[in-house]
Design a protein around this ligand. Structure first.
Ligand code: ATP
Ligand code: MG
Length: 327
């Protein structure tokens, strides 16, 4: 064996030199093995297939030709050899593709189980509360406070279910004239108890007109975004909420939108998350479901507005100011 032959024999992928008529001019050891595995007919189909390609007919080389043979998948690099022959470098990618398909499936299963366990985790609290209150109620049926507890916990469950079904459900707005600052205050109030250590700073522009929006839906949006800010500072830090008329050159050059900016004192959104922020079920949090931003995005869009991350740990909501005639 000369030196060059040794080199070619040392290649673990089949190397086959084939004539236009399909005769094998040269083949390394791996080529023989593949031939015996596939059988004569399948092997012949595999090595003559490149001749059917236009570029090959024109005498050019082509890399990465995909061909299936006997249920296995191959990528072939074909280079012209002498007058009308081809040198083929054949790679078996069957296992590679199988692995890729498997990991896709596994990825989905992991996402679903993560999602379910997040949902059940969130349900555990209220269910436990209801059970406890009911047990106590059994002992003292007169205790009205326990009924309130049950109603409160049931409400929490209801909210959770609403959030989850929102992802798939279309949004039906019932709009009315609303003072946006009142809605923001309401959202902050909802979260204050849960994050007592987070300092909320409000910088409201008192000249803002009333907006024509659905206050309940907008409450949810604000709760989601402010809560994200409070979670980002890990319960201790600052969240600043400011409002004003937007003069964004793209979205509101006429000043016909108001902005609400929510900025926290955390590290901001990591670079690799920025493009995926608004995709449902994308979350970096252990107990997060990743639906807060995606459902908020939908709601704001339904209002004719915009929700976006503008960097510097700041989320911005733009909402249209109603035309004078609608006010
Ligand atoms: N203020 C923020 N600072 C840094 N990262 C953020 C901030 N807000 C959102 N993110 C990132 O965006 C991801 C998606 O947020 P989203 O609100 O949709 O889901 P979540 O907060 O993880 O879960 P859920 O809101 O469903 O409880 C978060 O997991 C986090 O990685
Ligand atoms: Mg969230």
């Amino acid at each position: 064996m000369d030196r060059y032959e040794k080199i070619i024999e040392s290649i673990e992928d089949p190397v086959v030199v084939v004539s236009k008529e399909g005769d094998i001019i040269y083949m390394n050891q791996s080529g023989y093995i593949l031939k015996s595995q596939l059988g004569k007919r399948h092997f012949h189909q595999l090595i003559t297939y490149p001749f059917s390609l236009e570029f090959i007919k024109k005498g050019m080389s082509v890399k990465g030709i995909f061909k299936e043979a006997d249920g296995r998948r191959f990528l072939i690099d074909a280079f012209p050899f002498e007058k009308e022959g081809l040198t083929l470098l054949i790679r078996d990618i069957t296992r590679f593709i199988e692995l890729e398909e498997l990991s896709k499936k596994e990825g989905i299963i992991i996402t679903i189980s993560k999602l379910l366990s997040a949902i059940f985790h969130d349900m555990k609290g209220p269910v436990g509360g209801i059970k406890g209150a009911a047990q106590l109620l059994k002992e003292d049926i007169q205790d009205k406070e326990l009924v309130d507890d049950i109603l409160y916990e049931t409400g929490r469950l209801e909210n959770l279910i609403n959030e989850i079904t929102m992802v798939a459900k279309p949004i039906k707005l019932s709009k009315k004239p609303v003072n946006i600052h009142k809605v923001i205050d309401g959202a902050v109030k909802t979260l204050e108890k849960q994050f007592p250590q987070v300092q909320v700073e409000r910088l409201y522009d008192p000249s803002l007109p009333e907006l024509y929006i659905d206050p309940d839906y907008m409450h949810r949006v604000l709760v989601n975004i402010i809560r994200n800010g409070m979670e980002a500072v890990e319960g201790k830090g600052k969240v600043k909420i400011s409002t004003g008329i937007s003069w964004d050159t793209v979205y509101s050059p006429k000043g016909n939108k108001i902005f609400i900016r929510i900025k926290d004192s955390g590290k901001g959104v990591p670079e690799d998350m920025i493009d995926r922020l608004f995709i449902p079920f994308v979350s970096t949090k252990k107990k997060g479901m990743g639906i807060g931003l995606s459902s908020s995005y939908k709601i704001v869009k339904e209002h004719g507005g915009i929700l976006r991350y503008i960097g510097d740990a700041t989320f911005e909501i733009l909402l249209p100011v109603p035309e004078r005639s609608n006010r």
